[in-house]
Write a protein that binds this ligand. Structure first.
Ligand code: GTP
Length: 369
């Protein structure tokens, strides 16, 4: 059985990181996100996937070309020349699918989950529905597509990103579906079509759409907040599919100065340098070749390859893009996101979800929240 992984979106909510790195490849614990996705599908017994690509397809294909350990797990690539939406992207993958294979798993390419795919497939088979949509409960449903179901798990209403006073359920579309092959016939070819807004409502009107409610770990990596939380969860073992990083793993290429504090769970890629008195707090992930300066602090953050945090600077709960330089005594906190090669001059303070585009240079002390 095969899956279609939808990875053609622009990941605009995760900009500026996604200007250079497709959402499908943002690292969690220094492993590109697609690695977790493939493990999820293999755990569920699937033997291959078609990647539905559009935005930045080359790095995704290059990532899989480099993976020599996928023995037996087949991969095909369907690349759109313009965005076709979630159903259009699925339709575009049809030539790589074999109707005789039976039902098809479709998954949003930004979902990190401990879901048991076997249980979902079983629920789908038992119900005889044309499509089964996985639901998960979230604390704040206003950022998601809400799905109301009856006691028979039949879907009876969709509500896309409701206002607070419209919220009637905390069950949201988890972006993991099982579809019978005939659902593909409902999607017109070469057109932009949304599975959530066009195909599911039609199936619901026919009474052939079922829901499967899962209480397994689930989070998407689509926003800076959810990406950072997913990173923390992978490090602490909260996903439930692998143990947390209780002990520190560093290799011989890491240089650690006097008085440096490294507090697990942490992920440190090779060739990092920690200067005297630096502190790297729990649930941070540092890419290859990062430099953390004398007395600098990094906590609860993702710092991508080649970034430099200069002496005395503080980075908390933020995403630092590749080759970024955070100047001496600067403070970056509160879900700030810095694009590749940005330079934050000495003494700046960045807070409240501030985003700095790739290559932007902030002069010393020019920004203070
Ligand atoms: P935002 O721009 O931040 O909304 O992100 P997105 O569009 O990349 O992701 P969204 O959560 O809206 O979409 C869910 C999944 O569908 C993601 O894994 C996307 O990569 C994928 N997706 C969205 N639009 C398309 C598309 O036009 N074609 C294909 N093939 N996939 C898409």
């Amino acid at each position: 059985m095969k899956a279609v992984i939808l990875v053609g979106g622009q990941g605009s909510r995760l900009r500026p990181i996604t200007y250079h790195i497709p959402k499908a490849l943002v690292p969690l614990r220094n492993q590109p996100f697609m690695g977790y996705m493939v493990e999820f599908l293999r755990r569920g017994g699937l033997d291959g996937a078609v990647l539905s690509l559009g935005y930045l397809p080359d790095p995704i294909q290059a990532y899989f070309a480099d993976r020599k350990d996928l023995d037996g797990f087949s991969l095909d690539y369907a690349v759109e020349d313009r965005p076709l939406g979630t159903a259009g992207g699925l339709k575009n993958a049809e030539p790589y699918l074999d109707r005789g294979d039976g039902p098809l798993v479709v998954v949003n390419g930004d979902v990190l989950t401990g879901l048991d795919l076997g249980e979902l497939l079983e629920a789908h088979r038992e119900s005889g529905a044309q499509a089964t949509i996985t639901l998960t409960s979230v604390e704040d449903p206003t950022a998601y597509g809400l799905v109301e179901v009856d006691s028979e798990m039949q879907v009876h209403r969709f509500l896309e990103k409701p206002a607070y006073d419209e919220v009637t359920t905390n069950l949201v579309n988890a972006g993991i579906y099982v579809l019978e092959p005939e659902v593909l016939e409902m999607i017109p070819a070469d057109q932009e079509v949304s599975i959530e807004r066009e195909i599911f409502p039609e199936l619901q009107a026919r009474g052939t759409l079922r829901a499967h409610v899962s209480s397994a770990y689930w989070r998407d990596v689509g926003t800076p907040r959810s990406y950072l939380m997913a990173s923390h969860d992978v490090l602490s073992g909260a996903v439930g599919t692998e143990p947390g990083f209780e002990y520190l793993q560093i290799d011989a290429s890491t240089k650690v100065g006097k008085g440096v504090k490294l507090l697990p769970p942490l992920s440190i890629a090779p060739d990092c340098v920690f200067e005297e008195g630096a502190t790297v707090g729990g649930r941070s992930s540092l890419g290859r070749g990062c430099r953390i300066g004398r007395g600098a602090t990094v906590e609860g953050s993702v710092v991508l390859d080649g970034a430099e945090i200069e002496p005395g600077a503080v980075v908390r709960g933020s995403v630092i893009g590749p080759e970024v330089r955070v100047g001496q005594d600067a403070i970056v906190r509160g879900l700030s996101v810095l694009g590749a090669e940005a330079v934050i001059g000495e003494g700046n303070v960045l807070d409240q979800g501030l985003r700095v585009n790739p290559g932007v240079v902030l002069q010393p002390r020019s920004l203070n929240f």
